[in-house]
Design a binder for this molecule. Structure first.
Ligand code: FAD
Length: 385
């Protein structure tokens, strides 16, 4: 497998799809994608055996990841994302896919996501995927930027802030909170090989000597006018990326692809929580929050980690708690409001699952009002998530 997203066969591709497409946004009218006249279109038809059965199964599977179609009829499903619409139709052995997107960036992301999803489930399709209409543009992905390290500074003893500079960053201010950062073996080299788009639209990552370390981070701050992005990096033992951040030099090169995934929760009372890796996303969400409905935030820290300064929106309360008490603390904060709230959580896999079950099953929060994401897994590198 040479595409990094699928390097581990046990990867659940729906989780990646969710990361990329932030489909939960379909319910959030503020960020809903409007397809105007002149939008870009692309179509695909693949043979999948019993396509109706395939579609049925995959719609069910995606729903377990809270990816729900906005329209569903027998043999048809429509998904809507901030990148555009994906229409799926099954007829005998053929699955037809149609993408409508307002711009080329959106089309590229959706073509890649659909192709990667199909290939992950049926590797035999890799060579047979041919889009009509606007075909995938060969070369570097449109949403890839080559960035340079400007500086790294210590926010506290467990968090570093890295400033990166690059060009054409305006598209990274919308459609998602996260990026995939790609670290070459030698970031000072001028000979870095970046990913390319395959004819199927899937992103092909270099292998062997040119292999990149790919990790997902949150855009903590962004200023397209100055051409800078800030990333907050948790310092932890044995992390390839976090180790590199300790010694990164101004001028080091790093690839950034995205944005994708994560969302600013809807208005209304918000229960938000996470561990150290979620601090950048939680801070960004709280800073962007308008309205006075309020809410409660809770962050779990390890014994040696000291709290950092937080600025809270109106009517918000906040707690730092020991990491192992995080799920219980967030659950307690949600107790009084039942289904009348929005829940947001990110952190280690087991805690994320516990909170996901709580939001969904105990509180009965509607899909558009709950989000619980795995940001890292114990004893696994991010590439095998
Ligand atoms: C959507 C998303 C957004 C994210 N945003 C951020 C962000 O803004 N800032 C941030 O710091 N991280 C963030 N993360 C988490 C980050 O991608 C992982 O922590 C990643 O594993 C770090 O890569 P690494 O190379 O340092 O460690 P890896 O090489 O991936 O992991 C090495 C070992 O360290 C363990 N490990 C990984 N992360 C941690 C940790 N935080 N504490 C303790 N042990 C750990 C792993 O289990 C593994 O055993 C985000 C993840 C996702 C999915």
């Amino acid at each position: 497998m040479d595409r990094v997203t699928f390097r581990a066969k046990r990867l659940d591709i729906a989780a990646i799809l969710r990361l990329i497409l932030q489909t939960t946004l379909i319910f959030n009218s503020g960020t809903r994608c409007r397809i105007r006249r002149g939008a870009m279109q692309s179509e695909l038809s693949v043979s999948l055996g019993n396509a109706g059965h395939w579609l049925e199964e995959h719609v069910r599977h995606l729903a377990t990841h809270d990816l729900h179609p906005v329209a569903r009829h027998s043999g048809r499903a429509v998904f809507e994302t901030s990148y555009g619409k994906i229409r799926l139709a099954a007829d005998a052995d053929r699955l037809s896919v149609r993408i409508d997107s307002p711009d080329e960036d959106g089309l590229t992301v959706l073509q890649g996501s659909v192709s990667e999803y199909l290939i992950a489930h049926d590797p035999g399709l890799a060579k047979g995927i041919a889009w009509s209409g606007t075909a995938p543009a060969p070369g570097r992905p449109k949403n890839l930027r080559e960035m340079k390290v400007v500086r790294t500074r210590e926010i506290c003893d467990w968090l570093l802030r890295m400033t990166l500079s690059g060009e054409d960053l305006a598209p990274f201010t919308e459609r998602g909170l996260h990026v995939r950062l790609m670290l070459p073996r030698d970031p000072s080299s001028t000979e870095i090989v970046w990913p390319t788009i395959e004819p199927s639209g899937a992103v092909r990552f270099p292998t062997g000597e040119d292999e990149l370390t790919v990790r997902v981070y949150t855009i903590r701050g962004i200023c397209p006018e100055r051409g800078t992005v800030e990333i907050d990096i948790v310092r932890h033992a044995g992390g390839l990326f976090s180790d590199w951040a300790e010694t990164a030099q101004p001028g080091d090169r790093i690839g950034m692809i995205g944005p994708g995934g994560g969302y600013f929760p809807a208005d209304g009372w918000l229960a938000i929580g996470g561990d150290d890796t979620a601090v950048p996303a939680i801070m960004r969400i709280l800073e962007a929050r308008s309205g006075t409905e309020g809410g409660h935030a809770v962050i779990g820290l390890r014994e040696h980690q000291e709290p950092v300064a937080v600025s809270l929106p109106e009517n918000f309360t906040f707690d730092w708690v020991p990491l192992d008490e995080l799920p219980a603390a967030l659950k307690a904060a949600t107790a009084a409001r039942g289904a009348d709230q929005t829940g947001w959580f990110a952190g280690e896999a087991e805690q994320a699952k516990e909170i996901r079950d709580h939001f969904k099953t105990v509180l009965g929060l509607a899909p558009e009002r709950r989000y619980s994401a795995v940001y890292w897994r114990r004893d696994e590198t991010a590439e095998s998530h």
